[in-house]
Design a protein around this ligand. Structure first.
Ligand code: SAM
Length: 218
């Protein structure tokens, strides 16, 4: 049965942003992670986040009795999160494309908010702007490679949720649609959850989207 759901979730953040972010909010709200854990996991499940950022997945999993694992490329963010979690040895600083090199168990669930890229930008966030990897096509291809590798670490039929927005600053960029198409080549696209934010949004989208995939390999 395909998934097509509309949720209302709080977009209030539980934790202050670290000073080094200079007000740049990159996190998904804890309430969204919590609702997705309720929907797709049970207590004791192993949950993987390939783009840990400021650690929301780790914090909520620890609060909710799930076992978090994850990778973050940025050392400052990695160190900041590591200081605030108990599952310290489950967090790795590195490139999620190198997942096979890390000693992770089979996962029950994967959730992330990946680095966003508008289609007209050259700067590829998955390679920290390395000019050899400029461009949106290379970004989408890399996301596909990363998810192909993640699937090898997932249990068969495990769900993988990718939270993203179609980008609306300057010009419309259909990131959600493009990720849906690219990633459905390596996983089964089961559907989407559209999330209406319950608190007023000054700047940015009134809602977000969660693409729901299933790992059919294994
Ligand atoms: C949108 S943020 C994730 C935010 C996170 N969901 C939270 O609530 O804090 C994406 C993160 O991916 C990291 N990143 C970018 N490329 C990466 C890569 N190749 N491997 C691992 N992490 C990467 C960035 O440094 C950034 O912190």
């Amino acid at each position: 049965m395909a998934i097509s759901e509309l949720w209302t979730v709080s977009n209030r953040h539980q934790f202050p942003l670290p000073d080094f972010q200079n007000g740049d909010e990159i996190r998904f709200p804890g309430a969204l992670v919590s609702a997705l854990l309720d929907r797709f996991t049970k207590s004791g499940d192993a949950v993987f986040d390939p783009f840990v950022g400021l650690g929301t997945t780790f914090f909520v999993c620890e609060q909710r009795g799930r076992i978090p694992y994850g990778i973050e490329a940025d050392r400052q963010r990695y160190e900041w999160v590591k200081q605030r979690i108990t599952t310290k040895h489950h967090l790795v600083c590195g490139d999620s494309a190198e997942l096979a090199a890390f000693d992770f168990p089979e996962m029950d669930f994967c959730i992330t908010s990946p680095p966003y890229m508008p289609h007209w930008h050259k700067w590829n966030p998955l390679y920290n702007g390395d000019a050899d990897y400029d461009g949106y096509d290379i970004y989408l291809k890399r996301m596909q490679e990363i998810y192909g590798r993640i699937c090898k670490r997932m249990k068969t039929n495990a769900y993988l949720v990718v939270q993203a927005d179609n980008l609306t600053n300057e010009q419309f960029s259909p990131l959600v649609w493009d990720l849906g198409r690219a990633l459905s080549e390596v996983m089964m696209l089961e559907g989407e959850i559209v999330v209406n934010w319950s608190e007023a949004v000054d700047n940015g989208n009134r809602f977000t989207q969660c693409l729901v995939f299933k790992n059919a390999s294994g």
